[in-house]
Ligand binder design. Structure first.
Ligand code: URA
Ligand code: CA
Length: 434
């Protein structure tokens, strides 16, 4: 087989075979196929697309390029959750103990944040002593003992995706739905879960800016998962404004604890109940979404979800007292109000820009190697649809320096205040199961 023929076939809009796709992925991962041919091939996919079968072959070839986590020694249906990335998206921290408290084993592999989006691992590291490195054996044992564990992605998971993603980044081929879908699903499948619940974000703060694109991505990922034998479903959710109120690592741990106590922001709580209900049903612990939702509310009410979060922290080296005393978390030196410059209704609060404002305070990374400051961030005091008077605080900045002018001006510029009244954006969109 020659790569030039495979490129030509895709360039002409034809459908590739499993052998041709595997030939490319193996050849590229092993440095047999050069970057220039891979680049041309990615661009051909960008313009001509891929069928659901082709996407499943591409995904599985990437899964098979590296290690696969074996969770078969964990009893029960292992359910994973993935969000396509957002700002202030604290759901994983809440869902892991929440769903585990309902009896679903959660073996979670998480990532770090980059750019305007945050990552669960960084947030957990705001808890002093919390370590995210467990051996596969320790990981499996902890899930069997406690029902939950959170670790970083193993070094050799989907090396083909790592190499391809870096190439896509410099060849303008990141935002191709078949390439995004196969990239995300390859990592989920290699991580070993039996069932996958996807939270596909749409809006300013998301990869997919329109509902139409988000829907297409969701359909692609669900089709891939189901084709390769993992029960997969997706929920569309809004990311036109940040989720919840807190953006920043320590601040989001506090928000997660509040939510596990039943005192979290309304939007964040609702999204956790919606995603959690799906996870409990696919995990086989409830017959219906309504029953699952009642179970989730019950483990919030009786404190067992919060207690399980404490046990997770303890098992992985942190101080479980944090769940009762969040003063034990890192705190920033200064708290500075961002003030509304006029009266009116908040009509826009662009999530990606608010994410950048938090990143500039030190809460996130501009490049992969940046150090982050776990204590800093932003706590929104208002959301879209709220009325503000001139001089009211719209956000509270937590910072270790008084020089926060840049972040203040980004927030003021990207929180739009107008006379006309608007409704908050619809948080939960379609549920996609095929
Ligand atoms: N996230 C991924 O993991 N891969 C993509 O291609 C896009 C977002
Ligand atoms: Ca949040």
């Amino acid at each position: 087989m020659r790569m030039v023929d495979v490129i030509e076939k895709k360039r002409n809009g034809e459908t590739l075979t499993k052998e041709e796709i595997t030939f490319f992925v193996e050849g590229y991962t092993n440095d047999v196929i050069p970057d220039y041919q891979a680049s041309a091939f990615l661009m051909a996919i960008y313009f001509k697309g891929m069928t659901a079968e082709e996407q499943a072959y591409l995904t599985m070839a990437m899964v098979e390029s590296g290690d696969q986590i074996d969770l078969s020694q964990i009893e029960g249906i292992k359910v994973d959750k993935h969000s396509t990335g957002g700002v202030g998206d604290t759901t994983t921290l809440i869902l892991v103990p929440l769903v585990a408290a309902c009896g679903v084993p959660v073996a979670k592999m998480s990532g770090r944040g980059l750019g305007h989006t945050g990552g669960t691992l960084d947030k957990l590291e705001a808890i002093e002593g919390f370590h995210i490195e467990l051996t596969e054996e320790q990981f499996v044992k902890q899930v069997n003992d406690l029902k939950l564990a959170v670790i970083g992605q193993s070094g050799n998971l989907t090396p083909a995706d790592k190499k391809l993603y870096a190439l896509r980044d410099v060849t303008a081929t990141v935002d191709s739905i078949p390439l995004i879908a196969s990239s995300i699903m390859s990592k989920k499948i290699a991580s070993g879960a039996d069932a996958i619940v996807l939270d596909v974000k749409t809006g300013e703060g998301a990869f997919m800016k329109t509902e139409e694109d988000a829907k297409a991505l969701a359909h692609s990922m669900v089709a891939i998962g189901n084709k390769v034998g993992r029960n997969t479903m997706a929920i569309l959710s809004d990311m036109s404004q940040p989720l919840g109120n807190a953006i920043g690592n320590s601040l989001e741990i506090i928000e997660a604890i509040d939510t596990l106590k039943g005192q979290g922001p309304e939007d964040l709580t609702e999204l956790c109940l919606v995603l959690g209900s799906q996870m409990v049903v696919v995990g086989g612990k409830a017959e219906s979404l309504e029953e699952a939702r009642e179970m989730l509310k019950a483990v919030i009410q009786d404190g067992s979800a919060l207690e399980l979060f404490g046990r997770l922290i303890e098992a992985q080296g942190g101080n479980p007292e944090i769940i009762h005393n969040t003063d034990l978390l890192p705190t920033a030196k200064y708290q500075i109000d961002v003030i509304a410059e006029q009266s009116g209704f908040i009509t826009k609060m662009e999530a990606d820009d608010i994410g950048v404002a938090a990143m500039l305070l030190g809460a996130g990374r501009a490049t992969k190697d940046d150090e982050i400051d776990l204590s800093v961030g932003i706590v929104l005091q208002k959301k879209i649809g709220d009325f503000v008077k001139k001089g009211d605080p719209i956000a509270l900045i937590h910072s270790n320096t008084r020089d926060v002018e840049q972040s203040v001006s980004i927030i003021q510029k990207h929180v739009l205040i107008e006379e006309k009244e608007v409704k908050p954006p619809r948080l939960i969109g379609e549920v996609i199961t095929d």
